[in-house]
Ligand binder design. Structure first.
Ligand code: NAD
Length: 346
């Protein structure tokens, strides 16, 4: 397939780009290169004849039309988004513009291209979203694809809005779409403002390791390479108009994730005191959702997909990657806002 991947210079998008090219697909990486992007993430495939890059903002309809006309794709995998909840609290405007308006422009550009091509059923618009659209769980229960939407942050509300648009373009115009909502990703190339890289890098730097509240928030951790594999599975075999929840089957409290990373570093980079001594509990994020958990029954039973990596294996691989790729993360640490406490202005 020839696939336009939006946001392919970001964390998850770049994993999709690398894996899609490895699987023999052609990829057009369409990215505006915001603060969260890093083209080094796709350096391993950038010289491939199957790879092209388009420096385009999804809010620019004319540029999107040109990309569709030039590349004539079989599918779009839409990952471009503003993705950091803390930044959405300080400045929600860009989240509305990119995640909602940008998705609208991309849908319209895809629809115009698809109509011109004679409305082929084989075309796919794959929208990648988050489990955060479902809101927050108590101590029990799991999100299914039928859980009512209840977003609680500007980020999750903007993603919920984009999900509704994609469904509406399927129901109203017949655009062949599939949707996925996944849990928290982690792994190589994770931007150094998110929890797991922050823990690793602050630990190594001898700085306090910030834990919001009491660290009791629970997430279902999904290794990014597993997620990319699930996305390519849904793209190729998912039923039209259908949503699939993708989880890691790895629920853990934030404080336990932090302790596990400290224990791995105690083994790999031992020093006089245990890394857990650096843990520092800080004021919680406003409206911090307590627990997310995915019921993966649909993707498992309909598409036979399951994650391959346990949390212990994934954390070990992630820590190894950060230890071996210091040039990559050092270059990103000077970007605006990285290393600061964000999301408390509200
Ligand atoms: P990221 O922030 O690492 O990357 C986002 C990419 O999108 C960047 O390369 C950025 O330059 C690009 N982008 C942003 N605005 C753009 C615009 N207006 N036009 C074109 N490109 C633009 O994000 P990520 O963590 O890789 O997440 C990818 C997708 O997966 C997002 O849609 C996100 O909502 C979703 N998601 C992420 C997670 C997670 O744990 N990271 C969980 C669930 C869902």
């Amino acid at each position: 397939m020839k696939i336009i991947v939006t946001g392919g210079a970001g964390f998850i998008g770049s994993a999709v780009v690398r894996q899609a090219i490895g699987a023999g697909h052609e990829v057009v990486n369409l990215d505006a290169l915001t603060y969260a992007a890093c083209l080094d993430n796709v350096a391993s495939v950038a010289d491939s004849p199957s790879y092209a890059f388009e420096h385009v903002d999804i809010r620019d309809r004319a540029a999107l039309d040109r990309v569709f006309d030039t590349h004539q794709p079989d599918a779009v995998m839409h990952l471009a988004a503003e993705s950091h909840v803390d930044r959405s609290i300080d400045g929600p405007g860009t989240f509305i513009e990119t995640n909602i308006l940008g998705t609208f422009h991309l849908l319209e550009a895809a629809r115009a291209y698809w109509v011109k091509a004679g409305k082929p059923d084989s075309f796919r618009f794959h929208h990648i979203s988050t489990d955060e659209v479902y809101g927050s769980l108590g101590e029990t229960g799991q999100f299914t694809e039928d859980t009512p939407y209840d977003p609680r942050s500007p980020y999750s509300a903007s993603k919920a809005g984009s999900d509704h648009l994609v469904r509406a373009w399927h129901e109203t115009y017949g655009l062949p779409v599939v949707l996925t909502n996944c849990s928290n990703n982690y792994g190589p190339f994770h931007f150094p403002e998110k929890l797991i890289p922050v823990v690793i890098l602050n630990a190594l730097a001898g700085k306090p390791i910030p834990v919001y509240g009491k660290g009791e928030n629970v997430r279902d951790w999904l290794f990014v390479e597993d997620h990319a594999d699930a996305l390519l599975t849904v793209l190729q075999r998912g039923a039209l108009g259908r949503s699939y929840n993708i989880g890691g089957e790895n629920e853990a409290r934030n404080i336990d994730i932090v302790r596990s990373i400290c224990a791995i570093l105690d083994r790999k980079r031992p020093k006089d005191a245990p890394y857990t001594d650096q843990i520092s509990f800080v004021t919680d994020r406003p409206g911090h959702d307590l627990r997310y958990a995915i019921d993966p029954t649909r993707i498992r039973e309909e598409l036979g997909w399951r994650p391959s990596v346990t949390l212990d294996q994934g954390l070990e691989r992630t820590v190894d990657w950060y230890l071996g790729n210091e040039d990559w993360w050092r270059a990103l640490q000077s970007r605006e806002g990285v290393g600061e406490r964000l999301g408390v202005k509200g």
